[in-house]
Design a binder for this molecule. Structure first.
Ligand SMILES: [Zn+2]
Length: 266
C-alpha cells in the first residue's frame, strides 16, 4: 500500500518496551518494509534507561531521549539528575524526554511533576539538547513553564499533541514540532486534523508511541512500529502530499528539531 523513496522517522517509539509477544527484529523488519528506518526512543523512568540504551545501540537508526515521564516525576532528585546528565554524553542521545505534565494522573501530584519538568528543562537548556514533551490536560501550565525555563533555546517535539490549533502554533513559536500519531487516524478525529491543516509544513512530525496508541483499525490492540505507515497515509491524505513528500518533509523536520545532520544517511 505504501511506496516512497524517502525514509520515515518515527519520532516517538518505545522500542525498549514492546510486549514480549513481539519480536523486536521482526517488528523492525516489518517497519523497514514500509521504509520506516529512523526511530527516537524516549525515556520513561530511571530504571529503564540502561535498557533503553541497550536497545538504541542494537538498532541501526535508533536514537535516545532519556528522561523522566511525568508518571515517574517523583524519582527526580540530585542523584537522578547526575545520572541523566551522564546519559546526555552518550553518542546515541539527541534529546531529553519524555518530560512534561499529565493532568490525568492521580500520582505524582502536580507539584512533583512540575519540579521534575523544570529540573529536566534546565538540564536540557544548559546542555543545548531539545526536549520531547508529554502533556495531557495541563497545556496552559506547560506553556508558562516552557517560557519561564527558556525552552525556546532548545525546542523539540510536542508528542501526542491534543490541544487546539492556537496552542500548536504557540508551541511552534517556541521551536516545537507537533507529533502526529494514532489519534489522527480515528474516525471523527476532528481536532487533530484541524491542527494538522493549520500547521506550517516545517513543523509536522510523525510518531507511533508504540506499543501504545495503536492507529485505526488496530485501536485498543498493541501498537507496532510498522503502523507508522497508517499515520503517514492519513497525514498525506489530509495535507494533499504524496507519501514520498510526507516522508521527506516530516523526516527533515525531525532531523532539524533534533539537531541532526540534514544530509540523510547517518
Ligand atoms: Zn511515549
Amino acid at each position: 500500500m505504501l511506496e516512497a523513496n524517502a525514509v520515515f522517522f518515527d519520532t516517538h517509539v518505545h522500542l525498549d518496551r514492546l510486549p514480549q509477544t513481539m519480536d523486536l527484529k521482526q517488528e523492525l523488519g516489518r517497519a523497514a518494509g514500509f521504509l520506516i528506518r529512523d526511530f527516537l526512543i524516549p525515556g520513561v523512568e530511571r530504571c529503564g534507561w540502561p535498557a533503553l540504551f541497550d536497545t538504541a545501540r542494537s538498532v541501526p537508526g535508533a536514537l535516545a531521549a532519556p528522561g523522566l515521564h511525568p508518571l515517574a516525576a517523583d524519582q527526580w532528585d540530585g542523584e537522578v539528575e547526575t545520572e541523566l546528565d551522564r546519559f546526555l554524553d552518550d553518542p546515541k542521545t539527541v534529546a531529553v524526554g519524555e518530560i512534561g505534565l499529565d493532568g490525568l494522573l492521580d500520582f505524582p501530584p502536580p507539584g512533583l511533576q512540575e519540579e521534575a519538568l523544570r529540573g529536566q528543562l534546565r538540564l536540557a537548556v544548559s546542555r543545548g539538547r531539545p526536549v520531547v514533551i508529554h502533556c495531557r490536560k495541563a497545556m496552559g501550565r506547560l506553556l508558562a513553564i516552557l517560557k519561564e525555563e527558556g525552552a525556546q533555546q532548545v525546542g523539540g517535539i510536542a508528542h501526542a499533541f491534543s490541544g487546539s490549533p492556537e496552542t500548536a502554533l504557540e508551541l511552534v513559536r517556541l521551536g516545537f514540532a507537533i507529533g502526529f500519531g494514532g489519534t489522527l487516524t480515528y474516525p471523527g478525529a476532528k481536532r487533530a486534523s484541524e491542527v494538522l491543516a493549520k500547521l506550517p509544513e516545517d513543523w509536522v512530525v510523525l510518531e507511533t508511541d508504540a506499543p501504545d496508541m495503536a492507529p485505526w483499525p488496530h485501536r485498543g490492540k498493541p501498537n507496532r512500529p510498522a503502523y507508522l505507515a497508517l499515520v503517514a497515509e492519513r497525514v498525506a491524505a489530509l495535507r494533499g502530499w504524496t507519501l514520498e513528500e510526507t516522508a521527506r518533509i516530516t523526516s527533515a523536520n525531525a532531523r532539524r528539531v533534533l539537531r541532526l545532520q540534514v544530509t540523510g544517511d547517518r
